[in-house]
Design a protein around this ligand. Structure first.
Ligand code: FUB
Length: 455
């Protein structure tokens, strides 16, 4: 993990006690695109490089949740090198499911055309593996070609919208990797988007708003929505609505006003999950972050009775849990609601695991349901090439009651995994937030953690 995130993260213990935004603390995560599949909400993101001076992004990442507060890191199932024709800028993605396949649309720089292009990769599961479906871009040849958003309508017709500062769309064919007809450019008008298209704007006119980038296209209650980043930079989020999938569009106003979040871009995605509506966006609020170090966040909202949006403000608290976490099954260590100091790594054999653990770091899982009794043992799969350390398991805060203390030995390698168990120290009925507080010698890395469970 980047040390600037780590050090600053250690200074933010009091914030962490309340906050669940930004959702992920182990990496910078941008341009969130939620997708609900079965009982799980997945979010596809870009990944700002720590310390970057531009959007030099190399890969896309996937996170999932079943309760909206504990997020599992599925690592990066897709990166620039998976597109033979791509060489730079892994920007804002979206993934959708159709007929059991998952179509992952991404903008990246094409070395074929020397400009941005949109590619599509396909996989059999929401977390991949994904493979470039075409071996060439789906659309290409323009610096405008970024930020794809996809929606499959009730009649089976799928649409792909994208663009900065113009808005384009195509009608995708049933195969989701080709389209019919020409690329269409949406006419931007004051009525439709708060301002005319970029080439028709007058410097002397103060427009209501203007489309910039990051469209998010979907349908709800018979109405079509086009949400987008607006106002140039710095950006806020505005939207337009329509009775049809290709317009005419009516400008509806701001959703998330310009706020001091430390990021001059914003980028949204919306999903309904377990009876609630959620608005995803990004900020520069993770310690060490900023305009090129962005992190996704989420707010719950209710549509107005006529289907319009309320104003949604960014918060540190985020959203309430809509489920509990079962500690009596294997829980991947990279499932967490908050962490400080730690990082994640992945390899082909183990998948994603928690790494970069130092003395004083911690991670927290929320709304853990111990039921009416309590655990007898706590165990974790751990690895350490050095001398290991201790995992203290505490209730409801980093200083809370100690319910288990697991001595982690050296195992002879950072990926030499051993499952170690220890008796639980206390009865723990009911719902609790669990803090894993890591202790050991000051300075070196202590150990890695693959998964844990109570028995
Ligand atoms: O993340 C890179 C670019 O920044 C995205 O494509 C835009 O939407 C903006 O968020």
């Amino acid at each position: 993990m980047n040390r600037s995130i780590l050090v600053a993260g250690m200074m933010s213990l009091s914030l962490a006690a309340m906050a669940v935004n930004p959702i992920v603390q182990t990496n910078y995560t941008t341009d969130p695109a939620p997708m609900v599949h079965n009982d799980t909400l997945y979010v596809y993101t870009g990944h700002d490089e720590a310390g970057a001076d531009f959007f030099w992004m190399q890969e896309w990442r996937v996170y999932s949740t079943t309760d909206m507060v504990n997020w599992t890191d599925h690592g990066s199932p897709l990166a620039i090198e998976d597109f033979e024709w791509g060489d730079d800028r892994a920007w804002a993605p979206q993934c959708v499911e159709r007929n059991g396949k998952f179509y992952f649309y991404v903008p990246l720089h094409s070395r074929l055309f020397g400009a941005m292009a949109i590619g599509v990769a396909v996989g059999d599961t929401p977390v991949g593996p994904f493979k470039d479906a075409l071996g060439h871009p789906l659309v290409d040849g323009s610096w405008d070609y970024i930020d794809p958003t996809v929606f499959v309508d009730d009649d089976g017709q799928a649409y792909l919208y994208w663009g900065n500062p113009e808005i384009y769309y195509v009608k995708l064919n049933d195969d989701m990797v080709s389209f019919s007809g020409d690329v269409q450019k949406v006419e931007q008008t004051v009525d439709g988007f708060g301002a005319p298209g970029p080439e028709l704007r007058s410097k002397d006119v103060k427009y209501k708003d203007n489309y910039t980038e990051g469209p998010w296209f979907y349908k709800r209650g018979g109405k079509y929505y086009l949400l987008y980043a607006a106002g140039g930079v710095p950006e806020h989020i505005a939207y337009s609505m329509s009775d049809g999938p290709t317009g005419p569009w009516k400008y509806m106003g701001e959703i998330m006003p310009l706020c001091d979040t430390g990021s001059f871009t914003n980028h949204c995605g919306v999903a309904d999950f377990k009876g609630n509506s959620y608005f995803f966006y990004h900020t520069g609020k993770l310690p060490g972050g900023g305009g090129f170090g962005r992190s996704m966040a989420v707010e719950q909202f209710d549509y107005n009775p006529d289907g319009t949006f309320p104003v949604i403000m960014p918060t540190d608290e985020g959203v309430a849990p809509v489920g509990t976490l079962d500690p009596y099954r294997r829980v991947e260590a990279e499932t967490m609601a908050w962490s400080s100091g730690i990082g994640v790594e992945q390899n082909a054999e183990t998948g994603v695991y928690v790494s970069d653990v130092h003395n004083g770091d911690y991670m927290m899982v929320k709304n853990v349901n111990f039921g009416s009794g309590g655990p007898k043992t706590f165990g974790a799969s751990v690895a350490s090439a050095l001398r290991g350390g201790v995992i203290e398991v505490r209730l409801d805060s980093t200083e809370g009651d100690l319910i288990a203390s697991l001595d982690v030995p050296g195992t002879g390698g950072w990926e030499n995994w051993r499952y170690i168990e220890t008796p639980a120290l206390a009865e723990v009925p009911g719902l609790h937030d669990i803090y894993f507080v890591f202790k050991g010698r000051k300075g070196p890395k202590l150990f890695n953690i693959d998964y844990w469970r109570f028995e």
